[in-house]
Ligand binder design. Structure first.
Ligand code: SF4
Length: 83
């Protein structure tokens, strides 16, 4: 689910998107649930007001370029040991 922040422009109330649009579908959520990665990526990128735009996963998705599920927002690859 997207979350929004209320801001005012010329006294008009508008809603501004705050999180990445992929936040619920991103494979990183499953890794977080399994404890394979920390919540730092979610906090620093996915839930951020603007930093999700700098996420390598997001950028590749926008270009329809395939990328591995274990690619982190900074472009590094996590060594995941899933059970
Ligand atoms: S990892 Fe990147 S693409 Fe996935 S939800 Fe976070 S900001 Fe969006």
């Amino acid at each position: 689910m997207k979350s929004f922040r209320t801001i005012y422009k010329n006294d008009v109330k508008v809603l501004r998107e705050m999180t990445c649009k992929w936040i619920t579908l991103c494979p990183l959520r499953e890794y977080e649930r399994d404890g394979a990665i920390s919540l730092k990526w979610k906090k620093e990128y996915c839930e951020s007001e603007l930093n999700w735009r700098h996420c390598k996963r997001y950028q590749l998705e926008e270009e329809c370029i395939p990328h591995r599920d274990n690619m982190m927002p900074d472009g590094s690859f996590a060594d995941l040991k899933m059970t």
